[in-house]
Design a protein around this ligand. Structure first.
Ligand code: OGA
Ligand code: NI
Length: 599
């Protein structure tokens, strides 16, 4: 309405109680002697003339300051708080104010607009003042924008004058460029919005009149942002939602085939964008390269590749960190290995599965079923779910993908996460990016990532149908383990992983493993359970499996674990977690003391 007509009136804006409360508070503020004669001109102290402008005002910011410094009498203070609440409400109302203002003219879908407009109409600043017009006061014709406050994009005035009648005068007269004179009476609980460059005046009042005037400042004009929003929306609708696919390859001849299959099987190949890290020998590994013509028409530009010599490789975490840096703002994030195959329409399926997960931040993940390099992808394959397997020598839990007897009807809550098959929105990449300091880490990647994502509110689910397949045969390719690690970065990474997982005390729990004969250990200290470290989780799982005396669990039962606690505890940010400090010796070929970490 503001867009079409330049102004809008809303009655019953906050409710009568709020309006009357504001009135009482305003009177107290006035009686406390806090209001000053309003000025005019470039600098508002430039001149005052009660014949031109008769109101007295107080800026809400100074009222707040006084309140904070205890400069107000008790009564005025308590009453003024309710007045300030009105302001705060006005302030909080910003997105829906602008929503109201444009909803008629742009789109009718209100809900999506509230979010969209709060982004589009970025209100950089808002100022509010309480104004009192005594009997006889007026404010001559003027506009609210001047050189000093050019950023004003919207004027909002809230009136709270109970029992206002025509003979009280004091109407606000808008000089509307098309409609001529428009009079708005300062009725109780009425909100008026108008474009601040429209000229207006306050006619003389026959009775005390209060109002809160607010000005919303925007970086770009209100109308421009409405138009920009409409244009962006159209553009978004025309473009399919894009998927960024992180692939890290270590001298893998399956890699080009993986990329080809990825595009071929996508319903909308153009939406797929690959960030590829190729760690290869430039002479010997010709069969590991992607060649011209490997990509379907229209997708030739859809692979961003970083290629370097395999001797420069620093393990999967480092490579995935580099791959993530190739992200260019795509909405979805798929992370896979370099030896994968896909089912037809995998893109559409994963997006719809993600949408059906009962979590605001879902991640789809599982160990995919296998494929045989010489044969096409199996047509029918059971669904898989990640389960605990055993603790490795270094104390890290091993995970196994178990095949489900029955295909679930909806995505299943998963206790674990697999790095080689993870689909989510790119929120995951932004909130839980790969840690570049985890060089040469292999076991520990998935657990630390899981702990970090889970403590930031992500929930992992296994998709109902497998649409991604993995080559489990490792014999045909070499592994990064052939790369020299002269400074034993792996040990440092492992320490870091253990510190993230809060492993350390209670180590024995881990070491003894599920088949250990020791009595059930003491429950971890409260502090540890508050943090709900993954270690604690492992401990719980451990007890669970120990009690059953078998790892071959029933899936229903396996779901009973603390990972299902829905409100994630807050762990420190990754950068706040101290690296293992100097003083603890780490095995190293050079025998050097560690402490200077490559971060
Ligand atoms: C103003 C103004 C109008 C009103 O403060 O700039 O025009 O109705 N107020 O109080
Ligand atoms: Ni004005």
């Amino acid at each position: 309405m503001v867009r079409e007509r330049g102004f809008a009136v809303f009655d019953g804006f906050l409710g009568r109680d709020q309006a009357e409360g504001a009135r009482g508070a305003a009177q107290n503020i006035f009686r406390a002697g806090l209001m000053r004669r309003a000025g005019m001109g470039k600098d508002s102290t430039a001149w005052t003339d009660v014949r031109a402008r008769g109101d007295e005002i107080i800026w809400m910011s100074s009222l707040l300051e006084r309140k904070l410094s205890g400069d107000l009498s008790d009564e005025a203070l308590t009453r003024s708080i309710s007045c300030m609440e009105v302001c705060a409400l006005l302030h909080d109302f910003r997105p829906s104010l602008s929503l109201q203002a444009v909803s008629d003219s742009i789109v009718s879908a209100r809900d999506s607009l509230v979010t969209a407009l709060s982004q589009t109409f970025t209100c950089e600043k808002a100022t509010f003042q309480l104004a009192r017009y005594a009997q006889g006061a007026c404010y001559v014709r003027h506009s609210d924008v001047s050189e000093t406050n050019a950023g004003r994009r919207l004027t909002c005035i809230y009136y709270f004058n109970p029992g206002w009648r025509e003979e009280h005068g004091g109407v606000l007269r808008l000089y509307h460029p098309k409609e001529g004179l428009v009079d708005v009476a300062p009725l109780c609980d009425r909100l008026l919005l108008f474009l601040p460059d429209m000229e207006h005046e306050v006619l003389p009042c026959a009775s005390e009149r209060f109002a809160i005037s607010g000005w919303l400042y925007g970086p770009s004009s209100f109308l421009e942002s409405c138009q920009a929003f409409a244009a962006r929306r159209e553009e978004e609708e025309a473009r399919p939602e894009e998927i960024f696919v992180s692939i890290v390859a270590y001298r893998d001849p399956e890699c080009p085939k993986t990329v080809r299959d990825l595009f071929q099987k996508a319903k909308l190949p153009k939406r797929v964008h690959v960030g590829l890290i190729s760690q290869v020998d430039f002479q010997d590994d010709e069969d590991c390269f992607l060649h011209e013509g490997d990509l379907p028409e229209g997708c030739e530009e859809n692979v961003r590749e970083t290629r370097f010599h395999w001797k420069e490789a620093r393990g999967p975490c480092w490579a995935r960190y580099l791959a993530q840096r190739l992200w260019a703002g795509e909405k979805y994030y798929l992370q896979i290995d370099s030896h994968m195959r896909f089912a037809e329409g995998w893109d559409e399926y994963l997006i719809s599965q993600l949408g059906s997960c009962p979590s605001p931040k879902p991640v789809l993940s599982t160990y995919p079923p296998g494929y045989d390099r010489d044969h096409p992808v199996p047509q029918q394959s059971p669904s898989t779910l990640l389960c605990a397997s055993q603790f490795g020598e270094e104390g890290m839990l091993r995970i196994a993908g178990k095949m489900l007897r029955q295909r679930p009807a909806a995505p299943r809550v998963s206790l674990f996460w697999a790095a080689g098959c993870s689909f989510s929105t790119s929120e995951l990449l932004l909130e839980v990016p790969y840690d570049p300091s985890m060089k040469f880490l292999f076991f520990g990647e998935e657990l630390t990532m899981l702990a970090r994502m889970w403590t930031r509110g992500f929930d992992v689910f296994a998709p109902c149908h497998p649409v991604v397949f993995h080559c489990w045969d490792r014999s045909y390719r070499s592994s990064f383990k052939e790369v020299a690690d002269p400074f034993d970065l792996r040990s440092r990474s492992l320490l870091r992983a253990r510190s993230i997982l809060r492993m350390g005390e209670g180590e024995e729990t881990v070491r003894n493993g599920p088949s250990g004969q020791r009595a059930r250990p003491e429950a971890p200290p409260k502090e540890a359970t508050d943090k709900l470290s993954l270690h604690y989780n492992c401990y719980q799982l451990h007890s669970f499996f120990q009690n059953r005396n078998s790892w071959d669990c029933d899936f229903e039962e396996a779901q009973v674990s603390p990972m299902q606690v829905t409100s994630p505890p807050s762990l420190p940010l990754l950068s706040e977690i101290p690296l293992p400090g100097p003083g603890r010796r780490v095995r190293s070929r050079q025998g050097e003391e560690h402490g200077e970490f490559l971060r």
